[in-house]
Design a protein around this ligand. Sequence first.
Ligand SMILES: Cc1cc2nc3c(=O)[nH]c(=O)nc-3n(C[C@H](O)[C@H](O)[C@H](O)COP(=O)(O)OP(=O)(O)OC[C@H]3O[C@@H](n4cnc5c(N)ncnc54)[C@H](O)[C@@H]3O)c2cc1C
Length: 357
Amino acid sequence: MTRAVVVGSGVFGASVARELIRRGFDVTVVEQYAPGNVRSGSGGDTRLLRFAHGANEWYSRLARRGLELWHELEEESGERLFEPIGIAWFDSVDGAFSRASEATLGRLGIPCERMTPEEARRLFPSLGGDDLRSVLFEPGAGVLYARQATRALARGLPLEHGRATPEQPPEADIVVWACGSWLPSLFPTLVEQRISRRDVFFFGAGGDWSGTPGFCDYDSAYYGHGELGGLGVKVAPDVAGDEVEPDTLDRTPDPAKLELARAYMRRRFPSLADAPVVGARVCQYDLTPDAHFLVARHPERPSWWLVGGGSGHGFKHGPALGEYVADCVEGLREPEPFHALGPREPGHGSLRTMATA
Ligand SMILES: Cc1cc2nc3c(=O)[nH]c(=O)nc-3n(C[C@H](O)[C@H](O)[C@H](O)COP(=O)(O)OP(=O)(O)OC[C@H]3O[C@@H](n4cnc5c(N)ncnc54)[C@H](O)[C@@H]3O)c2cc1C
């Protein structure tokens, strides 16, 4: 039996480990903290699952497969992990991303609906902004309870506590390094990623905000969702963040980012202008220069795989990415060229909700 060690039990590592076990590998997962810990990218309360990725079909297909597998995990675990509340894309500047997405989703047969601002007002108790030109609504999209979903993925996996390093690597036929924001410091000469701080806020809202859709403002770089699971209405400014170190980052929310979130709420959801803050999280993106993921063999250790670079949009894809990585490990396919090590063309590749770091 092929022995594999997966380092990291975030959504990528746990998904790869589950898939390798399903395919008959003898797998151990090595994790320095706990699955779904709040220092990890996968440890947030919620993550959006959208199919729209501009003109890029590859990620739209991956998200669709991801959702099928999340539903399977819901059945297996008996837990509700996904809320099918839909996602609204607010077009305020040129709308190029949502137009490209609309065409791609149409080709793939993934439902989406173009709305005028007036039509979109039925989706939210209040929706404001003179800048709003139109809205692309994805009714089949929604939100995953991220930390809970990561813990459900990791449940039952053979887990060892500890910090693996390339200098003291695990003994195995295959090692998958799925270390999220820790990957660049483990492989500094190979992995070019920026570890960038993000502040996320939850605001207390009335019951009429329950189950309202997720939203993305691609051009002004905000995203979030309505009241969900008692967490409150989420608003996250997706603006460039300081470069941080994930172990030692002080996760006290930044008042300047709160002011940005508040100003956005005042403009976009006027009835929540004075809503109290009921929660906040500080986390970090592991950003590749072009927002494409990293799935590559180590150039000197062909039995090692480097998997990461979720770039602020990896969560939804986790279980589907697990299948893809397992195919690569088994030699059933080669990784996509856009997931390779080496220089990347800077730019967000229309994959994320905004362009800057
Ligand atoms: C604020 C924020 C909002 C986001 N929003 C979305 C969204 O709406 N939709 C979406 O799809 N994605 C979103 N993402 C991105 C998504 O959450 C990440 O891409 C994804 O969770 C990364 O998963 P991962 O498994 O690669 O890394 P992580 O979740 O960080 O997991 C890595 C794990 O490896 C462990 N580890 C690291 N090094 C070692 C070592 N040497 N030895 C042992 N263990 C180790 C860590 O402790 C950690 O548990 C968001 C991310 C953030 C931060």
